[in-house]
Design a binder for this molecule. Structure first.
Ligand SMILES: Nc1ncnc2c1ncn2[C@@H]1O[C@H](COP(=O)(O)OP(=O)(O)O)[C@@H](O)[C@H]1O
Ligand SMILES: [Mg+2]
Length: 608
């Protein structure tokens, strides 16, 4: 139930709707109960027990005689109107019943009406909250296999909440009120009979809770498998070219079908358990009713403490109580099932963000002296990827990082942009630890270009404006020129307004990379981080991108990670990394002359 209260927090902004809902429900429950009592005079007329009714207007004699008062009151007015004509009286009572049921249903609709806004509002807010948190959480939170899981949480888990947990909000006000009003009416008719019924209610509740017990675990398994299905789908769609190229369709089909199969079994179990709710409670209800019929019949026939019409109305009420009781038992099932979804959603919303800005974080508006790595140690998991790393990058200089794959180059780029925090040591900008800066202002000082250009399904202009919202078209074009991209963009039918398709798929690799460089140029940050920006390209595009990079790096501080010499020949300092440690550093010519690791790397890749 704890997750239900969590969900209730999201209902707070919709208090007004909740109030409307509760008030409508009070009327709904009131008219619902009243309509059964109205049956009594009709039955009396039919069975001619009390007809003609009292000739004097009855006097109210306190709450204990409320039912008799209401009954006599009705009977008296029916009588005065009908003037001893039972048919007329019948018509009047039938009319009264229609009016009462109409009122009951109008308020029922009103109650649902208010609830729609509350329910959908809560779903909207929860979905937005999960998405917002997803964007905020650090990269380390999202390993590849988690993508599908997170997609499942934002989509199907929220939908599960919508259809399982939130309808329960309706129950909270409606059904207990209906039960209370019905019980009051029942008590008014016969206290004895009602107390008798009450013995069986906890008994039924117990049976229902046993059936509902394993629902949460079952539902959790279903939702988790849903995540696996989405992961597989996501991976398949991004890797379709490779899957087909390697004829791996069957392999992926099998993987998907295995997951589908598990999902099928888990959902079967869940649904079958869920479907037990309604028949169980209905059967339990009818058992209670039967016992009532037997005991109440005794009261009418033997004890004579109850009249027939009242007993029939009472049975109506007792049956009527089953509707809300059934709804509540189904509600308890739903809460149990929804709990799993709520927990999974809450997990994301509550996920601790280890890279949160400090309370008194400094806003850095400029870069003046240098970036420094001071005795930096770092590990993703168990093994240190960087060991006691020291480096100073003065303003305006270009520092290149080379080394075999896996030596920790990209890790340095991840640390300086604070996608991850160092394990030990510190990274400083102008002497200030980057942990003491706001992440926003830190990243404002940096432009990032990675190996695979990450572009979004939007126009070229909007892709570039990601880092600078207020850029004019001219600035966009200038940036494209610097990035050596204007030449091809200007030839596109719609120029900078051209949509580049999903992930920029309508463009070639080199074109995409030049756009991502243009994006960094437009943002125009003082520090540029280039992580193998050209290594995914063929020689022809590499040359074009190379020009773009040189244009961009002019007058900027740059950290260049590169395989190929051409990019780094002119760097002010080249750092050679091996297994997370610096093994050599110096200028290109010095390192070649040294005939060490760098020279070997150069030979191996036949740089020249
Ligand atoms: N997200 C990650 N989680 C765990 N280990 C990682 C992660 N990213 C990289 N590594 C490991 O850290 C080491 C350095 O990786 P990386 O900095 O990407 O190397 P480079 O860019 O020099 O090729 C590698 O051994 C790699 O397996
Ligand atoms: Mg790398």
């Amino acid at each position: 139930m704890s997750h239900l209260t969590n969900i209730l927090k999201y209902a707070k902004p919709y208090k007004a709707y909740a109030v409307g809902h509760v008030i409508s429900n009070i009327f709904y429950a009131f008219f619902g109960a009243l309509s059964f009592i109205a049956l009594i005079p009709m039955l009396d007329i039919l069975f001619k027990t009390d007809f003609p009714a009292p000739t004097k207007e009855p006097v109210y004699q306190g709450i204990g005689n409320l039912k008799d008062f209401y009954k006599d009151y009705l009977a008296y007015h029916v009588n005065t109107y009908a003037q001893d004509d039972p048919q007329k009286a019948l018509l009047l009572v039938v009319g009264l019943i229609i009016v009462l049921f109409l009122l009951k249903n109008i308020f029922s609709y009103l109650a649902y009406y208010f609830m729609v806004f509350l329910r959908n509002g809560v779903v909207r807010d929860i979905r937005n909250a999960v998405y917002k948190k997803t964007v905020e959480l650090p990269l380390s939170y999202f390993s590849e296999q988690r993508k599908g899981d997170i997609m499942a949480r934002v989509t199907t888990d929220v939908a599960t909440l919508q259809y399982s947990m939130l309808p329960v909000l309706e129950l909270i006000a409606r059904e207990p009120l209906a039960i209370i009003f019905t019980i009051i009416m029942m008590l008014l008719i016969s206290v004895k009979l009602t107390l008798f019924v009450f013995i069986f209610i906890p008994l039924s509740g117990w049976v229902i809770s046993i059936v509902g017990k394993s629902l949460k675990r079952k539902s959790d398994r279903v939702q988790t498998e849903q995540g696996v299905i989405l992961s597989t789908l996501e991976e398949t769609l991004t890797g379709l070219r490779i899957i087909k190229g390697f004829n791996a369709q069957n392999k992926f089909n099998k993987r998907f079908q295995d997951s589908s199969e598990r999902f099928y079994h888990f959902s079967n179990k869940l649904l079958n358990r869920q479907n037990l709710a309604s028949p169980t409670s209905e059967f339990l209800g009818i058992v209670v009713i039967s016992i009532l019929l037997w005991y109440g019949g005794q009261l009418v026939l033997v004890d004579k403490s109850l009249d027939g019409s009242s007993f029939i109305a009472y049975m109506g009420l007792a049956y009527n109580i089953m509707v809300p009781a059934k709804a509540i038992s189904r509600g308890i099932y739903n809460v149990k099932q929804g709990n799993a979804a709520a927990e999974r959603i809450q997990e994301i919303i509550d996920a601790e963000n280890p890279l949160k800005d400090k309370e008194d974080a400094v806003v850095k508006t400029s870069f003046n002296q240098n970036v420094t790595f001071e005795n930096v140690w770092f590990k993703y998991e168990d093994d240190f990827v960087l060991k006691d790393f020291n480096l100073t990058i003065p303003k305006g200089k270009t520092v290149a990082l080379v080394g075999q794959s896996g030596s920790g180059k990209s890790t340095l780029a991840n640390l300086i942009t604070r996608f991850y925090d160092v394990t030990k040591g510190a990274i400083t900008i102008d002497g200030i630890n980057i942990k003491d800066l706001t992440t926003d202002s830190l990243r404002n000082q940096m432009g990032i270009v990675t190996q695979d250009a990450i572009l979004f399904n939007d126009s070229i202009k909007n892709n570039l404006k990601l880092g600078k919202d207020n850029a004019t078209n001219n600035e966009v074009i200038e940036a494209l020129k610097v990035a050596n991209a204007w030449e091809f963009v200007s030839k596109l039918p719609e120029g900078i307004e051209t949509n580049i398709g999903d992930a920029g798929n309508k463009l070639s690799g080199g074109q995409k990379q030049r756009l991502s460089i243009a994006r960094a140029v437009l943002k125009s940050p003082p520090i540029m981080v280039l992580d193998e920006a050209t290594s995914a390209l063929d020689t022809e595009s590499e040359r074009l991108v190379q020009v773009a990079l040189e244009n961009m790096m002019r007058n900027r501080t740059s950290i260049v990670i590169a395989h190929r010499l051409s990019t780094i020949q002119n760097a002010d300092e080249i750092i050679v990394l091996s297994k997370g440690e610096i093994v050599e550093k110096g200028k290109h010519n010095e390192l070649i002359a040294k005939k060490g690791v760098y020279q070997k790397l150069v030979e191996m890749q036949s740089f020249d």
